[in-house]
Write a protein that binds this ligand. Structure first.
Ligand SMILES: *[C@@H]1O[C@H](CO)[C@@H](O)[C@H](O)[C@H]1NC(C)=O
Length: 404
């Protein structure tokens, strides 16, 4: 088992001067203390010696108390070493932690744990809740049986690999509104305590973060330094690139080295894990075409497999000329581990999205209202009217029309 990180010296220093012991030292009951302290200050008086003795005694008790606080604090933060520390810093007989001290201890523990590791995983910021991810993919993602299974097995496998020799690269493809962003957020939320706001997670949106091609050199430096910084902060990181089809080729090439397999690094205590997610609408149309063809040939949607879609998707990526993605080293050198197709959504899926939107806001709905919302979407192709052209996008806003 990994040993938890030791506190830096400054944390110890910060703890020692806790001003708590003094107010309750007199709890044993010597009233009139203040007066005698004043008397002790009179030079040459008989009280002086007794005053000094008393002061020494107090300091000793205060010291023991600080050690006691330290022991309690470290027990909370590093429970592994608790027993030895407890024994080493046993308090004076009959000693109990005053209420105020207890509160200080809580505040201090919360504060320390907010930036340091106090959890079983060794780092509280990383939650790796695979059960939660499985549940979310099953319950909250609609119409994506292929993505659901692929994402879960791949991510779970990667997190369970003791010494991964490369970063995991996943590329999500599909029309807008099919759930690519939704799944990216599920990953962030289940793998990290603070989700997308985590120190360990960075999301880049091509048109927002890298809008002007003429600044590509600055963007490259920026991106490289952000990736290094995040990796230094965290031993498990997640980088999300939204609108990956709009990323400049130069930026994609900067990512190459981060996705290449690493040489084995011997027995390091911690092997860093990195997940790269690329979200794009590349190949969305070819996925739709293949799905439509299969449905018309009598297949049920749930029978459609990755094997039927992947070759078309790959061929389409390489063929596309208005995006650098398919021509980057990431694709050419097989640095992307998995291409995940998101299927076009049908009427019944849009209905489910509408139902979820009502439920998530704690609002009541009727079946008729769900139908009305689903009917508001535009369905394509013209003839079959099978797929929602916007997927589930903006469904949650549409429920507003039906609120009393
Ligand atoms: C994992 O997620 C599930 C579902 O969201 C939740 O009920 C459970 O408490 C989580 N487990 C941990 C250890 O956070």
């Amino acid at each position: 088992m990994l040993r938890r990180p030791r506190p830096p010296l400054w944390v110890c220093l910060l703890l020692l001067p806790l001003p708590l012991p003094l107010p309750h030292l007199g709890a044993a009951g010597d009233r009139g203390d203040a007066r005698r302290w004043e008397e002790a200050d009179e030079p040459g008086s008989a009280w002086a010696w007794r005053g000094l003795r008393r002061l020494q005694e107090r300091l000793r008790t205060a010291g023991a108390l600080s050690r006691r606080y330290w022991a309690l604090f470290s027990c909370r933060v590093w429970p592994d070493d608790c027993e030895e520390r407890e024994a080493a810093a046993a308090g004076p007989p009959g000693w109990s932690l005053p209420l105020l001290g207890q509160q200080y201890l809580d505040i201090l523990t919360t504060w320390y744990c907010s930036f340091q590791g106090c959890c079983d995983s060794g780092d509280c910021r990383i939650s790796n809740n695979v059960t939660g991810l499985e549940l979310d993919l099953r319950e909250r993602l609609h119409g994506q049986h292929v993505a659901q299974k692929l994402v879960l097995t791949t991510v779970r496998g990667y997190l369970e690999t003791p010494q991964p020799d490369k970063a995991l690269g996943l590329s999500f493809h599909g029309w807008s509104g099919t759930g690519k962003n939704f799944v990216a957020r599920m990953l962030a939320e289940n793998l990290y305590r603070d989700g997308l706001r985590s120190d360990c997670v960075r999301m880049f949106i091509a048109t927002l973060h890298f809008p002007h091609p003429k600044y590509v050199d600055e963007y490259k430096d920026l991106l490289t330094s952000q990736i290094w910084k995040t990796k230094q902060l965290c031993h498990q990181t997640l980088f999300i690139f939204d609108e990956a089809e709009k990323l400049h080729l130069g930026l994609l090439e900067v990512l190459g080295p981060h996705l290449e397999p690493r040489a084995p690094e011997g027995h390091r205590a911690r092997h860093p894990r990195t997940i790269f997610l690329f979200l794009s609408n590349l190949g969305g149309s070819i996925i739709n075409e293949v799905v439509l063809k299969l449905l018309k040939a009598g297949w049920s949607r749930e029978e459609i497999t990755m094997e039927q879609l992947e070759p078309h998707l790959q061929a389409e990526l390489v063929k596309t000329t208005d995006s650098g993605f398919g021509h980057s080293q990431l694709v050419k050198k097989n640095l992307i581990d998995l291409f995940v197709p998101f299927l076009p959504l049908e009427y019944r899926h849009v209905r489910l999205c509408a139902r979820d939107a009502f439920l998530s806001q704690g609002l009541l709905h009727t079946e008729a209202v769900l139908d009305e919302i689903a009917r508001m979407m535009v369905y394509v192709p013209k003839e079959e009217q099978l797929f929602s052209s916007q997927g589930c996008k903006s469904v949650s806003q549409r429920i507003n029309y039906f609120l009393p």
